[in-house]
Each structure stands twice: as structure tokens, then as C-alpha cells.
Ligand binder design. Structure first.
Ligand SMILES: [Zn+2]
Length: 386
């Protein structure tokens, strides 16, 4: 890269989540990649944005689904919907995420490889969306939570599914270790798979260089996942002391998705007619606060996702603070730590040299006014204003 290609964003401060403070005032980038953080714009340098606000790394949503809208109910049926319909809905949803400052998103389940196609369309500039990291078809057994069209049973089938996902372009594997809040298939603590099946998913994914994300709320299902060496535990609404002990001191991440559960516009609105689902919501609301206060207190690696509550990553950060996280920890969970959890920290999550020039500009210093994160002034992805 030559000096003449360089572009600059000047702000009151450039926030480094790993430092937990402002570091420099000018971001220098070229061809969508960060060159340096500095304190001046060179003469004749191309200043593309000049603001009295503050610059943060673009936000990373570590857990979402492109086409789902929880407030409309029956999320499993939404995954079965016609692919064209899902694509159009995804385009609207992902635009809202981008406007909220999300420039990278790890996707967590899809049928017919819709997520892989959306990720390609984003890369080709055809779709206004965060950079998408697809899972391909998620793994869940016959009768398991999350089953929309595809059930995958037994060690042979799970191995085949991981290989096929890899071949189609999946960035990671996603399997359902326990039941979920938004269906009545299995309890929040019950294992979906045998140990042999889980060991096969983890071994085959790791052999291919894919990390493993696991939908797991608590009990033996979560403990089995942790023991078998999964990389991220998703949701964890009912994680008990034994599971938290097993995580302590390790590098497995727990990914919080709170607003789908806590916000009245989430599952509560979409599935009000289902007695079983509303019972799950009430139970999980009681335990999530206790679980997450303990996870924060024990310093377990944490990240955040919206789980399809498009545009709501700010609310996830705010809730993590309510559970005891500091402002810096809450921001890390949606930037640098989320990038680590999603295995994209070589490209996203901070604004150091060589990373993608993904930027969210906010009006105030989030240390002073945390609410400023709810309403970005500008968003850049790969150095381009969105
Ligand atoms: Zn999800």
C-alpha cells in the first residue's frame, strides 16, 4: 500500500477495547484495512470523516440468525419458510443490524445453506449487511430443539454433516446440546445427543479447522458439551455451579443472548399463545440473572449476541452491565472478545494494524454516556461508509 492510497477518520478519541480507553485520535487505513492509529492527518491526506464523536471498532454480534424475527413467533417455522422470503426478510433485518453498528455477525443455524449464500452476497457487495460468518445446516437429532427440516442422528451422520457443511463454506459448526426456550422439544437441561455423537462433532470440526458453537442452557447437556471441548456455549440461561466450575480458568467462551428473553418484543410477543414456551420464558428469566452474575464474577470469557433481535446489541451490552460487568467489559463482549469467540479476531474486534477498517462512530465517550452506543452517528465496514 502506498501513502497516496491512505484514508483517515479523525475523532475526539479512538477506543481500544483491549486497553479499555482512548488511544489516539486518527485512524489511518488503506484499501479497507487499518494501517495505524495516530494523532495527526498528514498534509494532503484524504480525510473521509471528521467528527467530534468517538470511534470504536465495528461491533461483532457473536450469535444471530439472518432471517428470523422472534417477535413474529414460531422461529422453527421461520427457518422452514421459502428461501426467497427468508432472503428478503434477512436483507431488512441485516440492514438494521448494520445501522446499529454491527459489522460482523456469526450466524447460528439455517436450512438449505441460506446463510452461506447470504455471506457470499455480502462479500460480493450485493447485500447491505455485516460481514457474515455462516454455520451451514445446524446439527440436532430427530425430536431435538432446533429441528426445522434436517435431523442428524448418530456418529456417522453427524460426521457427514460436519464435512458437508465444511465443503459448502461453513465457518464453524453449530449443534444443539439441550432444549430451548422457544420450543417445547426437550428441557433446558436435557442432553440432545449421546456423548459419542458430541465427541464426533467436536473431533471432526476441529480436524477441519472449524470451531464448535453449542446451543446449551444448563444441566447435564451443558456439562457434556463443556467436557467434550466445545468452543462456545450459547445462551446458558440455567448454567449451574458445576458447569461454571468446569469453565473456570479455561478458554471456552459463553455467549449471552438476553434481549430475546427479557425484552417484551422478543419471545414473549411472538409466542404468547404457547403455554409451554411462556413457561420456559418465565423459568429462564429467573435463572439467567443468577447465572450471568456468577459468570461475570468468576471472570469466565464472555461474548454477546442478539439471537435475531436485530439492531439490539446495545441492549445486550446494557444487560451484561446489569449483571455486574464494567463498561469496558461490556464493550469487549461486543467487540474484541466477541471476535475471539467467533474466531475472527485476525480481522475484526479491534482497530490495530492489519484488521478490517470496521468502525462505529458514536457522539459521546461511552465511559461518560453508555447510552451513546444505542445510536451510532456513522458506521464503516472495510473502510466504506454504510
Ligand atoms: Zn440462536
Amino acid at each position: 500500500m502506498s501513502d497516496s492510497d491512505r484514508q483517515y477518520i479523525r475523532a475526539a478519541g479512538i477506543y481500544d477495547p483491549d486497553v479499555g480507553g482512548m488511544d489516539g485520535t486518527v485512524l489511518e487505513f488503506s484499501d479497507g484495512t487499518v494501517c495505524a492509529v495516530r494523532d495527526d492527518v498528514p498534509q494532503n491526506g484524504e480525510l473521509v470523516f471528521d467528527t467530534e464523536g468517538y470511534v470504536l471498532p465495528g461491533l461483532v454480534d457473536a450469535h444471530s440468525h439472518a432471517s428470523i424475527r422472534p417477535g413474529e413467533g414460531d422461529q422453527i417455522a421461520q427457518m422452514r419458510a421459502d428461501p426467497a422470503e427468508q432472503a428478503v426478510r434477512a436483507a431488512h433485518n441485516l440492514r438494521a443490524d448494520l445501522d446499529a453498528g454491527v459489522t460482523t455477525m456469526r450466524l447460528m443455524a439455517a436450512e438449505r445453506y441460506i446463510d452461506v449464500t447470504l455471506a457470499r452476497l455480502e462479500r460480493e457487495g450485493e447485500l447491505d449487511a455485516p460481514r457474515l460468518l455462516p454455520s451451514g445446516v445446524h446439527l440436532t437429532p430427530t425430536g431435538g430443539h432446533g429441528k426445522a427440516l434436517t435431523a442428524t442422528d448418530g456418529p456417522e451422520q453427524v460426521r457427514d454433516r460436519v464435512r458437508t457443511n465444511y465443503d459448502r463454506g461453513a465457518h464453524h459448526s453449530k449443534y444443539f446440546a439441550t432444549g430451548g426456550v422457544s420450543s417445547d422439544a426437550g428441557g433446558l437441561d436435557t442432553p440432545n445427543y449421546t456423548r459419542e455423537e458430541v465427541e464426533t462433532i467436536v473431533a471432526e470440526s476441529h480436524r477441519l479447522g472449524l470451531h464448535v458453537a453449542t446451543h446449551a442452557h444448563g444441566g447435564p447437556g451443558a456439562t457434556q458439551a463443556i467436557d467434550c471441548g466445545v468452543d462456545t456455549i450459547e445462551h446458558a440461561a440455567t448454567l449451574g455451579p458445576a458447569a461454571i466450575d468446569a469453565l473456570d480458568g479455561g478458554d471456552q467462551f459463553v455467549v449471552g443472548t438476553f434481549s430475546i428473553l427479557m425484552n417484551p418484543e422478543g419471545i414473549e410477543k411472538g409466542d404468547a399463545d404457547s403455554h409451554a414456551i411462556m413457561e420456559n420464558v418465565r423459568d429462564a428469566r429467573e435463572t439467567v440473572r443468577e447465572t450471568w452474575t456468577s459468570l461475570v464474577d468468576r471472570d469466565i470469557p464472555l461474548a454477546l449476541g442478539t439471537d435475531s433481535m436485530h439492531g439490539n446489541l446495545y441492549e445486550e451490552m446494557q444487560l451484561l452491565r446489569e449483571f455486574g460487568a464494567s463498561t469496558d467489559q461490556a464493550i469487549r463482549a461486543a467487540t474484541s472478545d466477541a471476535a475471539r469467540a467467533a474466531h475472527i479476531d485476525h480481522r475484526a474486534g479491534t482497530l490495530t494494524r492489519g484488521k478490517s477498517a470496521d468502525v462505529v462512530v458514536v457522539a459521546d465517550d461511552p465511559h461518560e454516556t453508555f447510552e451513546t452506543l444505542a445510536d451510532p452517528v456513522a458506521v464503516f465496514k472495510r473502510g466504506v461508509r454504510q
